[in-house]
Ligand binder design. Structure first.
Ligand code: FES
Length: 233
């Protein structure tokens, strides 16, 4: 973890939201799933989490949302990279990327990483995302179980309050099918990025980002925000 200065270079509209190209030193650029905390020197008491969505010259593209007050030239004080990133296995050839309840901005870096290692990629979401590479197939959430049976690695993004809905979507009235679906996910090293507010990024142990897992609770800001599925169930 480092601190340093950055700058908003460009604002980009994607999926109807503002994201930002941020220039920063290379050691601050987050990996897919990680984030930086950014302060703009205004009166706002809380820093803004910036998640990686794509690489860019001299920095990276930060996923939406970014504050309305930011413009090209806005100077930022940065701290990071923070949190656990996705770990895409080199052996993964069939990759499912699932944006459960929002546009897939925080997952797009992983999509590009999977394409670089020549994996087939299916993006599962209920929106119509912008700038999806031609090689990527987009499927609705209604096809989720079928896609998970096909994939050999799966990555999800879900808000903390919707995590139980995601688990329900993967369950079934038939307990044998439930067991099979869950076992399949665990065997596939599935990972989940859980979205929560992360006001202190672990600096003050405020607990606002606490997530209840299988046996205890953890802090999404530093134990996550990417968790292994086997930690959840
Ligand atoms: S954001 Fe404060 S402990 Fe996680």
């Amino acid at each position: 973890m480092s601190t340093g200065k950055g700058q908003v270079v460009e604002l980009i509209l994607e999926d109807g939201y503002r994201q930002a190209r941020v220039a920063c030193p290379p050691n601050l650029s987050p990996a897919s799933g990680q984030y930086l905390l950014a302060s703009d020197g205004s009166d706002s008491p809380l820093p803004v989490p910036l998640f990686y969505t794509d690489s860019a010259s001299q920095g990276f593209i930060a996923a939406a949302p970014v504050p309305d007050s930011w413009n090209p030239g806005t100077e930022l004080s940065l701290r990071g990279p923070l949190g656990r990133s996705f770990t895409l296995p080199l052996s993964a050839h069939k990759v499912a990327v699932v944006a459960f309840d929002e546009a897939p901005a925080r997952l797009k870096g992983l999509v590009r990483q999977a394409l670089k290692q020549d994996a087939a990629v299916v993006l599962v979401c209920n929106s119509n995302p912008d700038n999806v590479p031609d090689d990527v197939e987009v499927q609705p959430l209604s096809a989720l179980r079928e896609i998970l049976e096909w994939a050999d690695y799966a990555a999800f993004e879900v808000a903390r309050e919707n995590l139980s809905q995601l688990k329900e979507q993967l369950s079934d009235k038939d307990p044998l099918l439930v067991a099979k679906a869950r076992l399949t996910l665990i065997q596939k090293n599935a990972q989940v990025l859980i979205r929560t507010p992360i006001p202190c990024g672990g600096l003050a142990d405020c607990g606002v980002c606490a997530v209840t897992l299988k046996t205890d609770w953890k802090l999404a800001c530093k134990d996550g925000p990417v968790f292994d599925w086997r930690e959840l169930e």
